[in-house]
Ligand binder design. Structure first.
Ligand code: BGC
Length: 255
């Protein structure tokens, strides 16, 4: 198994891409710490499913836009499983607003959930890896929009642009300690974040047309890449972004 005995935190781990990562990592032998802010029952169900399959997982309620909560999350992971090997900074939101109508509250929320959480998740996980005197992996679930404008979703794109530089800069700073920092950039994925597109048949048809693979990704398509990047098979990948987009960035507007 690719992640046997490794402890992995997944932020925003009880829905969408996060849920798929949790299940894939547990199936590969990881001890998974599922961070969540809402729907505790969904977390309990996930933990149950994993334990029934012989895996290991716990749920921890923590709002990762707050540094104290990130600290608490890492502390619980280490207390429960003895160490931390991988953090997946996955929690994310978007407001689908343009430059002209994004409010200060929209901006602050998107930045703190998407970028501040990844920044301090990286920092605090790295401090834990250094304490353990061992290697470690930080994975940020970014987006094709870390690089590619999405008109009408500007705060999200700006936050993901920040994570692009976070992975590069932190990857360079931490490389000498054996710590890898890698972004994974999905295209359009069939998760709640895309519910407004999915409920509009015209928008959905246009989106599908723009994807060379022909449809949105399933969350498990992204999770497979996360497992690989977290594993020792990817030991030479750092300070960069792995794109998992079905070709959407080459295919058209994608909106
Ligand atoms: C965004 C979606 C968008 C997709 C493809 C994702 O990062 O969250 O809203 O549909 O990129 O453009």
């Amino acid at each position: 198994m690719l992640l046997e005995g490794k402890t992995m935190i997944v932020t925003g781990g009880n829905s969408g891409i996060g849920e798929a990562i949790v299940l894939a990592a547990a199936a590969e032998g990881a001890n998974v710490v599922i961070d969540y802010v809402a729907r505790p029952d969904d977390t309990d169900d996930l933990v149950k499913r994993i334990e029934e399959d012989g895996g290991h997982a716990i749920g921890v309620e923590a709002d990762v836009s707050k540094i104290d909560d990130v600290r608490h999350l890492i502390q619980v992971a280490v207390e429960t499983y003895g160490r931390l090997d991988v953090i997946v900074n996955n929690a994310g939101i978007e407001t689908r607003t343009s430059i002209l109508d994004t409010t200060e509250a929209d901006f602050d929320k998107v930045m703190s959930v998407n970028l501040k959480s990844a920044f301090f998740g990286t920092q605090l996980a790295a401090k834990q890896f250094l304490k353990q005197d061992g290697p470690g992996v930080v994975i940020n679930i970014s987006s094709v929009h870390e690089d590619w404008p999405m008109p009408g979703n500007i705060a999200y794109c700006v936050s993901k642009g920040g994570t692009r530089m976070l992975a590069r800069n932190a990857g360079v700073e931490l490389g000498k300690h054996g710590i890898r920092v890698v972004n994974i950039a999905p295209g359009a994925v069939d998760t709640p974040i895309n519910s407004s597109t999915k409920s509009d048949p015209e928008k959905l048809a246009k989106l599908r047309e723009s994807i060379p693979e022909g449809d949105l990704a399933k969350p498990s398509d992204i999770a497979g890449t996360v497992v690989f990047v977290a594993s020792d098979h990817a030991s030479y990948i750092t300070a960069t972004t792995v794109v998992v987009d079905g070709g959407i960035m080459q295919g058209g507007a994608g909106l």
